[in-house]
Every structure is written in structure tokens, then in C-alpha cells.
Design a protein around this ligand. Structure first.
Ligand code: URA
Length: 243
């Protein structure tokens, strides 16, 4: 298998003694170099602990999942190209830095992906955001494309594709096909999610070998209804209050 499962690990900075660090379950590992898992820091694990808790109320669910979304967006942006850029500081000294290069846009997979739009806007002012609606066809049980609206020049942009839960990867695969049909190169797509299943990631990485996935956590797997376990339930229902 290409996945090493989740395991308990001591959480905390390396300088702290092992017996001073609490144990917590950390993300599984996957052997695809296109899949990037956020560092399993005490803050990230604490945030995930809150949003996984069935007793967490909606206001806290939104607040704490937004903090994770912010980390995902910042990490996603690290994958975009930059070029050298020198500035002069108020002390008259030069600083050899970099600046962003290239245009971006977000694309949310409705409905749950829309919950990640604000986190993207918080980092990228006035970013363009397209939408794709894919739902399961009741007759065939296959994902079906119902709606999409994307920036006209999307083929020239880097795309941050947003969906908080990467379960089977079925809807996301269809969304990627839509983006590719509009001329977006696979290597310019960054798929951001909070929790991914090993099944969804393997499916995705083998189907789209150049597309990068940024996730906060690789969970154990899927149950018989394709919910991620241990997971956090239905992200869209918890975020939008439609339980
Ligand atoms: N979508 C969710 O919201 N939760 C899951 O566990 C799987 C898909």
C-alpha cells in the first residue's frame, strides 16, 4: 500500500522532552510527492480536535475551521511561482526578496467548498472565485455536473480548488475534468482540503499525477456511506447549520 495509517505521536516542538509532550493521533502518510500534508503542530491538532468534536456548536465550528482553512490557503500559495524582487527599507538598506508572479483564482465545489471562500479572500484580496456544482445522480449513483461558472481567462490562471472533505475523490475528479476542458493545466491546479481519505488521495494522485493536493490531515478511511472516519460528519451541514 502507498498509505501509512494514522498513529499516536508525541505533539510539540523538538526541544521539549518526549515525556512533556501529549500524545495525539496524527495524520497518515502517503507516498505521493504531489500530496502535501500540513505540519502536525500542536495548534493544528488542537483546531482539528475542536471541529471533530460532535459537541462543538456551529459558531465555534466556523471559527476554528476558518483557522485551518487559512493555513491551507497560505500553504497552497507557497506552491505558486515567485520572482526575485529587491526593495529599499526606511534605513536605506536593500533587502533581496521575492514577489508573487502569475494570476490565480479560486474554484469552490458547491456546497461545502463555498465555506472556504472567505479564507481565500482573507489572503488574496478581490480574488476571482468560480463555482462548480456536482451532485450524485439518484439513478446512476454517479457524480453529475449540474452547473459551473468560471473566470473567462481561467486557462491563464493558477487554480485553488476548494472542497473541505476529500472522501472518494469522485466530485473533485469531475471538477478537475471541467477545469482541464477549459484549458487549465493539471500542474496549475492546487486542491485544498481539511481532511482527506487515503482512498480519495490514491484515486486522485493516480488519475492526475501532476496535480497537487494540500490537506491538513489524512484520516483512516471511508465508512459504508462514504463518510470519512473518524472524520467530522457532514462539513456543509455543520458549517451552514442544516443539520
Ligand atoms: N463530505 C463530508 O462532509 N463529510 C464526509 O465525511 C465525507 C464527505
Amino acid at each position: 500500500t502507498v498509505v501509512e495509517g494514522c498513529a499516536a505521536a508525541p505533539i510539540g516542538p523538538s526541544y521539549r522532552e518526549p515525556d512533556e509532550k501529549p500524545q495525539a493521533t496524527v495524520s497518515g502518510k502517503i507516498k505521493f510527492d504531489t500530496v502535501h500534508v500540513l505540519p502536525q503542530t500542536p495548534q493544528l491538532i488542537a483546531l482539528l480536535t475542536i471541529i471533530r468534536d460532535q459537541n462543538t456548536q456551529r459558531g465555534d465550528f466556523i471559527f476554528y475551521s476558518n483557522r485551518i482553512i487559512r493555513l491551507l490557503v497560505e500553504e497552497g500559495l507557497n506552491h505558486l511561482p515567485v520572482k526575485e524582487h529587491e526593495v529599499t527599507t526606511p534605513l536605506g538598506r536593500t533587502y533581496a526578496g521575492v514577489r508573487f508572479e502569475g494570476k490565480i483564482c479560486g474554484v469552490s465545489i458547491m456546497r461545502a467548498g463555498e465555506s472556504m471562500e472567505q479564507g481565500l479572500r482573507d489572503c488574496c484580496r478581490s480574488v476571482r472565485i468560480g463555482k462548480i456544482l456536482i451532485q450524485r445522480d439518484e439513478e446512476t449513483a454517479q457524480p453529475k455536473l449540474f452547473y459551473h461558472k468560471l473566470p473567462n481567462d481561467i486557462a491563464e490562471r493558477w487554480v485553488l480548488l476548494l472542497d473541505p472533505m476529500n472522501a472518494t475523490g469522485g466530485s473533485a475528479s469531475m471538477a478537475v475534468e471541467v477545469l482541464k476542458s477549459k484549458g487549465v493545466a493539471e500542474e496549475r491546479i492546487l486542491f485544498l482540503n481539511l481532511i482527506a481519505s487515503p482512498e480519495g488521495l490514491e484515486h486522485f494522485a493516480s488519475k492526475f499525477p501532476k496535480l497537487r493536493v494540500i490537506t491538513a490531515f489524512i484520516d483512516e478511511g471511508l465508512d459504508d456511506k462514504n463518510y470519512i472516519v473518524p472524520g467530522l460528519g457532514d462539513f456543509g451541514d455543520r458549517h451552514f447549520g442544516t443539520l
